[in-house]
Write a protein that binds this ligand. Sequence first.
Ligand SMILES: C[S@@+](CC[C@H](N)C(=O)[O-])C[C@H]1O[C@@H](n2cnc3c(N)ncnc32)[C@H](O)[C@@H]1O
Length: 287
Amino acid sequence: MRHSLPLALLLLGVAACGGPTAQVGNLESGSAELSTPVAAAGPEADPAAAESEPEGHAHDPEGEPAAAHEHHGHGGEHGAEPGAEGATAESSTHHGHQHNFDDPELWASRWDTPERDEWQRPAAVVAAMGVPFMGTVVDLGTGTGYFVPHLSDAVGPSGRVVALDVEPAMVEWVRQRADREGLSNVEAREVPLDDPGLEAATYDRVLCVNTWHHIEGREAYAARIAAALTDRGAFYVVEYTREAEPGPPAEMRLDPDQVIADLEAGGLSAELVAIDLPRQYVIVGRR
Ligand SMILES: C[S@@+](CC[C@H](N)C(=O)[O-])C[C@H]1O[C@@H](n2cnc3c(N)ncnc32)[C@H](O)[C@@H]1O
C-alpha cells in the first residue's frame, strides 16, 4: 500500500470513474445487481474528501486525478485544472499515455465502491448488453476490473472474459483480483494504446466504460473492434453525459452523436441504448 502519494492527489481523485455518490436516480426497482467486491478498496480511501472537491476543478473525469487526463493520446490538452498538475506532474510521458492509472489500489478505493454500484448499475448495464451465456466478452479499459465480476457471471464458467488495459499495473491487479475471487474465466491482457489486439471475428460483446474518451484515433480503433466481433457481436460504449456531476472536464466529454460517428466510421451500425443511468449514456455498435 502506498502512503507516499501527495495529499493533493488523494483530494483530487473523485470517486469512481465518476466520482462520489451525489444523485442516484431512477434505479430500476428489483434489479438484482451483484455487489461489487470492495475488499480491494484501500483503507485510506476517503470518499468524503473526494466529495468535497471544488466544482470544476478537482474532479476530473471519472474520478481520476486531473492529471490522469493530461497526457493521454489526445495530447496534453485535457485536465489542465489549476493546482491539479503538481500532484502528478512527473507523470508526463513520452508516449502520450497518462501514467496516473499506475496505482490500482488508489483507483480501487475510488472506483470499486458500493456508492458507485448505485449509479453505475453494473448488472443493468450487463443485462442491457444481452451477454450470451458461454459467450466471449471483452472489458476494454478494464481499470481495476469493476465490471469483470459481472461479465464473468454473465458468461458463466464456460464463457470467457478478456480484460484489457494499457496500464500494466491495472492488468496485474485484475489478474490477482480474478484469482482472489475465483473468476477462472477471466484473462487480463496488457494492450498498446492504439490496438486492442483482439482475434478476428471472435467476441460476442465488447464493453468500454468511461474509457472511450481516452482513446486516440477512435475511428481506426472502432474498426479494430468491429473486426474482432462475431457476426452478431456488439460493442457497448458507456460515457458520461455533459450534465453529469461529477464527470470529466467538458473538453473531454463526448456527445452521444460523436460516439455514434466514431463507431460508424469503424464500420459499425450504432445507436443509443435505452437504459436508465443517472450519469451516463450507452451507445451500441453492431456489425
Ligand atoms: C477511467 S478508467 C475506467 C476503468 C473501468 N472501465 C471502470 O469503469 O471502472 C480508464 C481505464 O482505461 C485505460 N485505458 C486508457 N486508454 C486505453 C487504451 N487506449 N486502451 C486500453 N485501455 C486504456 C486506463 O489505463 C484506465 O485503466
